[in-house]
Write a protein that binds this ligand. Sequence first.
Ligand SMILES: [Zn+2]
Length: 410
Amino acid sequence: MPPPGRKIYQIIRPILLILGTLAFAVGISPAAAAKPAVTSVRIGDHATKTRIVLDLSGKMPFELFSLADPYRVVINLPEVDWGLDADAVRPGKRITGFRFGLFRPGQSRVVIDVARPVSVANTFILEPDGKRGYRLVIDLVDTTRKAFLQAVRRAQLARLSATRSPQSALPTQPAKPADSRPLIAIDPGHGGVDPGARGRSGSWEKSLTLKQALELQRQLLKTRRYRVTLTRDNDVFVRLRERIAIAQRAGAAMFLSLHADSIANRKVRGGAVYTLSERASDKEAAALARKENKADIIAGIDLNEQSKTVAKILIDLRQRLTKNDSVTLAKGLVKELRGSMRLLKHNHRFAGFAVLKAPDIPSVLIEMGYLSNREDERLLRDLRHRREVAGAIVRSINGFFARQQALRQP
Ligand SMILES: [Zn+2]
């Protein structure tokens, strides 16, 4: 059997050739015990090029491609540990944003936002030279939009022809018919390469939403009245529509998405509950939905194919019924949460959140507070506060199902 490094190489070779990649590292030892790591990053801005250097713990395969609207350059790596400082990369001439994290199990990713069309002039791995270890070097130079789009298209085609089996071929898990208890889907916002908002003292939205989700799961299971599924239970990126699909495959009776936003005005604090609407209740809600809907763009995903499906889902009649349930759920949440956290004045709002578009599952999105506010951030990091918030959510879920049951009685 060929070593796995060779196999990966065969799959992504066409892409690398098309992108004009000249050098490529092969030969990772299959027996390598320690997880490979990216230990630091340096950016050098020059008049005609911007050089990105990633310090690596060893040789590793990589894949490089670009995405348009907004302009992004994406580096796929094997699953690595990150020793980088998120603040180490300051916006410069060409680079306006830099993110990294787990994209899916086995694959890590770096997403670089660029201000204008660029092309990859050089990419190579430098061998250790005594002073430094292995380095992945990427040179970006300016190009035209037309040339950029052509490169994106070519890379798309290469990726398509290199794909072995479509993801939809994965077996779906049938819901357990034996257990009729309602299944609650908890969706910790963001994750992996999409960190979400940043707190004033440095905490990331993605890790606070996960902590709150795990606490909520614990309390729900303790009641023995519910089953629980999480759209993610570690620091991994999950696409917005995949989050809905996970809930649907599991047969969820309810979908709760957890978030904690950040805004320019550091004095503003308080949570709110959101339900889906094609028409937003106010400008802030619309802006928030636009921001949350960007998760896929942030993680370096091509969105070209999916907008039509979403539009179709939106007009589904089924969704009108679900919408009423979502509103009932949101009202119950506001009532219970009021006792355990500060809420905004308009605490139930509507907007077009992509993650709430399951036509058949009552869905709400809870913004648990503002990470841009010191007090809100402190509370979100506090275990006792998390327990109280989870308790309030459990009570409102109890109320929701009690009401549904009452309605069904003859
Ligand atoms: Zn969020």
